[in-house]
Design a protein around this ligand. Structure first.
Ligand code: NAD
Length: 488
């Protein structure tokens, strides 16, 4: 039975990674590249037995890893980050082949960020994770962040290793041990990363990877009573299933979920900047949770803005994501492609005006969908309320700020917002009324790992970043010490 894939000059093991060893199963599922549909290899799916073995291995490894302390753990995590940096080009090509996102972004931005995610949280645990002791009637309150146990990490396919390391970094730095279940459409980078943990000297059982479908592999993991935390990034429907499973064990949850964020252009905005930021909403072929998919533009500047936006979209190059000149690659999977097409076809059938795109890229074929803009969709239409997770934006105009706020906040989500304005007071007046975990003013996608990141409403539960991450992964403890009773 095959259990390796040769890709990007590297050998990737397609078996599970449990207790530092590779574990084959008879249950295989095929992995294809979204670029051209080519078969990459068969992945060994973990069932309940393998998941239980992974949790047991992580439980056995936990006491020693927790006792190691943040400084020693930090040394190992920095070695791991060094190895990620030494393998940036390989990791970049693996991810591009597996999920179709741009090789250019992976080399220049994403994979260096993966290394930084690990370093940042290792250092934060050493240098920044403290709260000054304080007195209560002569008693001192001493706050600590204690390792909590085995954490289950469940991740999506749109930025596989990047999103996984936002979780792996703080969890390992906090002294927890990890069982990661990557998305079934993009298992390869996590497997290669597992080999790097071995090279870094991270002890067996501290980091484990189980592969498979949500129902087969994810469910036994999130239902396991031996798990101390579940951190999940994915869709709202899956989050509901996981929350129900976690309820039996009262396992604490962190959820980073979907969005339908507004991209707001005020009447006083710099329209060139607005158009530059608007075109970024098509990044990663629109498969970005934070994407501002609802463009809300003041009616006085709508035509001028739309013209500038059109010019920038026309200049986008769609094609093979391995080509460093490409701006938009394919969608991830035929099932997802069909889902996007379904939204677009229903909107067209409703009579909603297509400004550009609105169809697959017939020239390229396969999973390439043209960047699309719909105009003036009616209130409540699914194209403005549902997360599509593809290169599909809508544009609506507004008159008053009151009308804008109602539109901007008018979905069940609250993940992000992007606002373009030339007037600070005006911008402040609007941002103070928006419901969103992150708001970017005259910029997009600027993310400092020490800042809180997460969503309001159905976009999530909790925040990641800096101490917020450790508040989740660790058991926060207050030890109250009396001035009395000491013998010395
Ligand atoms: P998804 O919910 O379908 O799957 C996410 C992960 O959950 C996968 O690993 C999947 O196998 C697993 N899963 C599915 N069913 C499960 C179950 N019953 N038990 C345990 N695990 C299960 O999401 P997706 O399609 O992979 O990703 C796209 C979604 O992720 C979008 O909604 C997007 O907005 C969201 N997302 C959010 C953020 C954020 O930071 N807020 C970032 C990226 C993606």
């Amino acid at each position: 039975m095959e259990h390796t894939i040769e890709l990007a000059g590297a050998t990737i093991d397609t078996r599970n990674f449990i207790n530092g060893e590779r574990v084959a199963t008879g249950d295989l599922f095929a992995n294809h590249s979204p670029i051209d549909g080519s078969f990459l290899g068969d992945i060994h799916q973990a069932g309940e037995n393998e998941v239980n073995a992974a949790v047991e291995a992580a439980r056995a490894a936990f006491p020693a890893w927790a006792a190691l302390g943040p400084v020693k753990r930090g040394e190992l995590l920095h070695k791991l980050a060094d190895l990620v940096e030494a393998n940036i080009e390989t990791l970049a090509m693996i991810e591009t082949m597996d999920n179709g996102s741009l090789l250019r972004s992976h080399i220049r931005g994403v994979m260096p960020r993966v290394a930084m995610n690990i370093r940042f949280f290792a250092d934060w645990a050493i240098n920044k994770l403290h709260h000054p002791a304080f007195e209560t009637r002569g008693h001192s309150n001493n706050i600590s962040w204690d390792p909590s146990g085995v954490v289950a990490l469940i991740t999506p396919w749109n930025a596989p290793l990047m999103l996984a390391t936002w979780k792996i970094g703080p969890a390992l730095a906090a002294g927890d041990t990890v069982v990661l279940k990557p998305a079934e459409w993009t298992p390869l980078s996590a497997s290669f990363f597992a080999d790097l943990t071995v090279q870094a000297g991270i002890p067996a059982g501290v980091f484990n990877v189980v592969n498979g479908l949500g129902k087969v592999t994810g469910m036994p993991l999130v239902s396991h009573p031996g798990i101390s935390r579940i951190s999940f990034t994915g869709s709202v429907p899956t989050a509901k299933v996981i929350a129900r499973a976690a309820a039996d064990n009262l396992t604490p949850l962190s959820f980073e979920l979907g969005g339908k964020s507004p991209m707001i252009v005020l009447g006083d905005a710099d329209l060139d900047l607005a158009a530059t930021l608007a075109v970024e909403q098509y990044d990663n072929a629109g498969q970005v949770c934070l994407s501002g998919t609802r463009v809300l533009v003041h009616h006085t500047v709508a035509d001028a803005f739309a013209e500038k936006f059109r010019e920038k979209v026309a200049a986008l190059k769609q094609g093979d994501p391995r080509d460093l000149e490409t701006d938009i690659g394919p969608q991830i999977h035929p099932v997802h492609f069909q889902r996007i097409s379904g939204f677009v076809d229903r909107a067209k059938a409703e009579g909603i005006e297509v400004v550009w795109g609105g169809e697959p890229n017939a020239e390229l074929g396969g999973l390439f969908f043209k960047p699309t803009l719909f105009k003036n969709p009616p209130v409540g239409s699914e194209i403005v309320t549902s997360e599509i997770f593809g290169p599909v934006l809508t544009m609506q105009t507004f008159d008053t700020d009151e009308e804008l706020i109602a539109m901007a906040n008018g979905t069940e989500f609250g993940l992000a917002a992007c606002l373009v304005s030339g007037n600070r007071e005006h911008a402040d007046a609007v941002t103070s009324q928006l419901v969103a975990g992150t708001i970017w003013v005259n910029c997009f996608f600027v993310r400092d790992l020490s800042a809180p990141f997460g969503g309001s409403r159905k976009s999530g539960i909790g925040r990641e970043g800096g101490t917020w991450s450790f508040d989740f992964y660790a058991d926060v403890k207050n030890t109250v010490v009396s001035p009395n009773g000491w013998k010395e």
